[in-house]
Design a protein around this ligand. Structure first.
Ligand code: FMN
Length: 175
């Protein structure tokens, strides 16, 4: 379906500018989604990651079909979601391609290990979810990948890095 298509009741959809304005206000945790396919690694910064099911344990991610990691995730059938802490903003910028570093240096920041699937796991991330793809759905510009969680590593300390109203911020628990 394209943006000019009409769904269900036939209501016209909001414009892309309205969509972007709305999404600026949907603050979310910042993650780096990683993949390794026979030694070829890629990854991207993403906020579109959320819980789906506890039994079986599943989460979903939404990845632009044009992102370098997209086809690797689709063909390899595995990925890892690394939830960043407030000390890892530089890694968020690196994997979003906004710090000017070449793609070959995406893994040049931070320390990396693996869990079950071989997808890169960021040491000191708030939590890393190692996943096997069980479903994928093309939705406009993005593919929704549903991952079965086959490995998990959680940190003992740190606070999550968030993104909202166009900026990176630390989660402030002082309400
Ligand atoms: C805070 C933030 C959140 C993002 N969230 C997503 C996301 O959920 N899905 C996505 O496909 N791209 C997202 N992006 C964009 C990708 O990180 C960016 O397009 C990246 O460069 C994709 O990798 P590429 O260089 O291989 O295209 C986000 C970027 C930022 C800065």
């Amino acid at each position: 379906m394209t943006s000019t298509d009409r769904a269900g009741h036939g209501y016209p959809c909001v414009s892309m500018d309205e969509f972007k304005l709305g999404m600026r206000h949907l603050a979310a945790a910042v993650t780096v989604i990683t993949v390794d396919s026979n030694g070829t690694q890629d990854g991207l910064t993403a906020t579109a990651a959320c819980s789906v099911s506890a039994e079986p344990p599943q989460l979903l991610i939404c990845v632009n079909t044009l992102a370098g990691a997209h086809d690797l995730i689709a063909t390899e059938g595995t990925f890892c979601v690394n939830v960043l802490n407030t000390e890892q903003e530089d890694i968020a910028k690196r994997f979003a391609g906004i710090d000017g570093a070449p793609r070959s240096e995406r893994y040049g920041l931070g320390s990396w290990t693996t869990l079950t699937t071989g997808a890169p796991v960021l040491e000191d991330a708030m939590v890393s979810f190692d996943c096997e793809v069980v479903q994928q759905v093309l939705a406009g510009t993005h593919t929704v990948f549903i991952g079965h969680i086959v490995g998990l590593k959680a940190a003992q300390q740190g606070m999550p890095l968030m993104y909202g109203v166009g900026q990176f911020v630390g989660l402030d628990v002082g309400l």
